[in-house]
Design a binder for this molecule. Structure first.
Ligand code: FAD
Ligand code: NAI
Length: 465
């Protein structure tokens, strides 16, 4: 069977690429080794984690927050199987949605492991051993990423788990040890902490969420500690031993020093993700890799003509919306258009309570580059809607170029931050200034007024503080 485009992998990068290419009139096939479409994000990533974050937030709200609003309820009881059912139903609805979109756009979907046997030739091996060869003018590799292993530690997905096991625990572990204070550790730690686990996080660096604006990360760490998180920063994990019941984990200071021991019922290893570039036949074709990721140029072309790559398997942040943007761009490029991704304006959200949302440069990055900047900051304690919601933790911080006033970065910690960041992304996409934002009317009373006030604060003229 012959196509204009074969996409390998139907995660957010691959499935969006296939749909955009079909919209542009290309004859498209996708190959996916999983039984369902949607990749890491829909099956074992963004979607199930957000379903559990939402559900566990309701639980925590009933336990700790409702009384403050004058709503008295008995101590909530957890029906974990029902919570997991909510998560599973959310996943099923989303993955079925992708299958529907493939049909609607007349995209042929094949299930099996894909190998590129020659430029323009893809061998698909189904689980039952059946094999068939597809041909195409162009191939897009969108094979994503998998969890990074901790050397010497075997993941059984029951007691020592990756994010996949942590999304499906059968019981709430009384003591949950997390290796890595990154996004996965803090999101999934929040889920189980809200449901009753004592959460202890061991992090190699001397801070949480590396890459996040330093001031925002510090405030967030304090909030998490208030929520019951215990952090061992600047520590690395040595041996993890299985005991008759639970685990014994030896940790030692990253800078060297005496080791100590922690005990836990479940350990979550969340130390980053690695690209999936193996098993595709890339080496024999001469497709170059760079530190495990497929090397691409700014048109997503690999070093072999006709083979492109996008998403987690190439450079850049491992985020679903970044993969989607690249999927659209590469489909347009293959169709002869001018697809493009603006990497300066890719937001990033941590879906904890409060949420953290950021776009653009951090203060640390601007200092390192020697860029002169102004800071406008506004706390949610001074926002009427946030007070009415009893969600006044956090702030909006806007960094603008000292000379031109152009917004270079926005960092928000607070309720609804993941939605609030969208206006900052649009502003930055248009090259807007802090004054543009400050002169834009925002509805009252909304959390978004804090964004306007932070923009006013860049010019030291915030009204409500
Ligand atoms: P993937 O989604 O990994 O999809 C790749 C697909 O390719 C897979 O389905 C795989 O089976 C298939 N495949 C691989 N090799 C082959 C082969 N040889 N033949 C056929 N098929 C193959 N990002 C966010 O932006 N927001 C979030 O809230 C968020 N939450 C996350 C939570 C967790 C727990 C995890 C683990 C990740 C989360 N991410 C989140 C990251 C996000 O899931 C990834 O960035 C995104 O899925 C990358 O998309 P992709 O299309 O590049 O690859
Ligand atoms: P991460 O890169 O965010 O964090 C890993 C953490 O582990 C880092 O702080 C690192 O210093 C630490 N670490 C590494 N090795 C260690 C060791 N041996 N001992 C102790 N600490 C160690 O990776 P994470 O959390 O696994 O997430 C993977 C990817 O998935 C991220 O890149 C993220 O982009 C994506 N993701 C995005 C989400 C979102 O957008 N809301 C949610 C979940 C994941």
């Amino acid at each position: 069977m012959s196509y204009d485009l074969i996409v390998i992998g139907t995660g957010p990068g691959g499935y969006v690429c296939a749909i955009r290419a079909a919209q542009l009139g290309l004859k498209v096939a996708v190959v996916e080794k999983r039984k369902t479409h949607g990749g890491t994000c829909l099956n074992i990533g963004c979607i199930p984690s957000k379903a559990l974050l939402q559900a566990s937030e309701k639980f925590a709200e009933a336990e700790h927050e409702l009384a403050g609003f004058g709503v008295l309820v008995d101590k909530p009881r957890l029906d974990l199987p029902a919570m997991m059912k909510h998560k599973d139903e959310t996943v099923t609805a989303n993955v079925n949605g992708v299958a529907f979109l493939f049909k609607k756009n007349k995209i042929d979907a094949f299930h099996g492991h894909a190998t590129i046997t020659a430029p323009g030739e893809v061998l698909v091996k189904a689980e039952d051993g059946a094999a068939q060869t597809l041909t195409a003018k162009n191939i897009v590799v969108a094979t994503g990423s998998d969890f990074a292993a901790l050397p010497g530690v075997e993941i059984d997905e029951k007691i020592i788990v990756s994010s996949t096991g942590a999304l499906a625990l059968a019981e709430v572990p009384p003591r949950l040890l997390i290796v890595g204070a990154g996004v996965i550790g803090l999101e999934l730690g929040s889920v189980w902490g809200r449901l009753g686990s004592k959460v202890v996080v061991v992090e190699f660096l001397d801070r949480i969420l590396p890459g996040l604006d330093g001031e925002t990360a510090k405030q967030f760490q304090r909030i998490l500690q208030k929520q019951g998180f215990e952090f061992h920063l600047g520590h690395k994990v040595g041996k993890i031993e299985r005991l008759a019941s639970g685990l014994s984990v030896s940790i030692e200071p990253a800078a060297g020093g005496a080791a100590s021991t922690l005990e836990a019922d479940v350990a979550l290893i969340a130390i980053g993700r690695r690209p999936v570039a193996e098993g595709l036949g890339l080496e024999s074709l001469g497709v170059a890799l760079d530190r495990g990721r497929i090397l691409v140029d700014d048109r997503f072309a690999t070093t072999v003509p006709g083979i492109y790559a996008i998403g987690d398997v190439v450079r850049g942040p491992m985020l679903a919306h970044k993969a989607q943007e690249e999927g659209v761009a590469v489909a347009e490029i293959i169709a002869g258009q001018h697809g493009h991704v603006n990497y300066e304006a890719i937001p990033s959200v941590v879906y904890t309570m409060p949420e953290i949302a950021t776009v653009g440069a951090t203060e640390e990055e601007l200092k390192a580059k020697g860029v002169a900047y102004k800071v406008g900051k506004f706390p949610f304690t001074a926002n009427g809607r946030a007070r009415a919601m009893r969600a006044a933790e956090g702030f909006v911080k806007i960094l603008a170029d000292a000379a031109s006033d152009r917004v270079l970065g926005v960092h928000i910690i607070g309720a609804g931050a993941g939605e609030l960041i969208a206006e900052a992304v649009v502003l930055m996409e248009f090259g807007g200034s802090a004054e543009d934002l400050a002169r834009t009317c925002h509805a009252h009373p909304t959390l978004s007024e804090a964004v306007k006030e932070a923009a006013l604060a860049v010019d030291k003229r915030a009204i409500h503080i």
